[in-house]
Design a protein. Structure first.
Length: 278
């Protein structure tokens, strides 16, 4: 057995997550008929001259949900609950080609997403993805951040852990909170899968970060697929999108999680409102 030299991103993940986590997480997976969203995105590109994808649409919908239900947009620090003033969404960035087997994931944070139109979200995401791939994006999820983490000596890792301890204390959070103000995350796991015919990937398990900043929810998209759907007592085949939601049960109870799922599904089934500013 030999010690592996892992990427800076993997070393950062060690600092973000507890092992094992004792936080009470609740997760559900729901299938949403994706056909209205796909039709909307086609029309949106023709009318707006801007291409937007499913992840952009889900990111916009999630941000609207957290804005509409402020109790979802909270953070737990030192056993106290804090209301976040805006919806900041962490979004992974694919940096390379599929099937390479290399660790090629970066991270960006979109700020104030609840006030942005779908067009603005799509433009910003693409611009920042290009910047990340060229090594020009700032922050610890950037190429610079990964190189920094890669070269981080063991002694300095202890300092990062100390920063996590500070951020979990109310006083430290008040001082450094803006640096760790992420509301939620949306990851498109399905975008990196190329499944052969006959295989179906429907769900994924997530753990919420709790060391270098807490988030109360996260969302993962599985690959869209054709599936039987019951409509008016008939079974039809539709393109569906499995969406996995995980929440911290200390902050979000079952009733609020149900409201989140209902509102998210409604927004994706009638997505025209997401093209407008909230």
């Amino acid at each position: 057995m030999r010690r592996l030299r892992v990427s800076g991103q993997r070393r950062l993940m060690l600092r973000f997550f507890e092992t094992p986590s004792s936080d009470p997480y609740v997760s559900i997976t729901m299938d949403v008929n994706l056909e209205p969203a796909l039709e909307f995105l086609d029309a949106f590109e023709r009318e707006q001259g801007e291409r937007a994808g499913v992840q952009h649409l889900v990111t916009a919908a999630v941000a609207r949900c957290l804005h509409e239900f402020p109790a979802l947009n909270v953070k737990i620090v030192g056993g106290a609950f804090y209301q976040l003033e805006r919806v900041d969404v962490a979004v992974p960035v694919s940096l390379g080609s599929k099937g390479s087997g290399q660790d090629q994931t970066g991270m960006m944070v979109l700020h104030g997403v609840e006030k942005k139109t779908l067009k603005e979200i799509a433009r910003e995401t693409r611009a920042r993805t290009r910047a990340e791939r060229s090594g020009k994006l700032d922050g610890f999820g950037s190429a610079f951040g990964r190189r920094f983490a890669q070269s981080l000596p063991r002694a300095a890792e202890a300092a990062v852990d100390l920063a996590g301890t500070v951020l979990r204390h109310p006083v430290g959070y008040r001082l450094l909170g803006p640096w760790s103000s992420v509301s939620t995350g949306v990851t498109n796991v399905g975008a990196v899968f190329e499944l052969p015919t006959g295989a179906r990937f429907r769900s994924v398990s997530l753990t919420l970060p709790s060391r270098l900043g807490h988030v109360a929810s996260a969302f993962a998209l599985a690959p869209a697929c054709d599936a039987p759907v019951a409509e008016e007592r008939r079974v039809v085949v539709r393109r569906v999108l499995p969406i996995m939601m995980v929440v911290d049960h200390r902050a979000i109870d079952g009733h609020l999680m149900a409201k989140l799922g209902e509102r998210l599904a409604a927004a994706l089934l009638a997505p025209a409102e997401l093209a407008r500013q909230a």
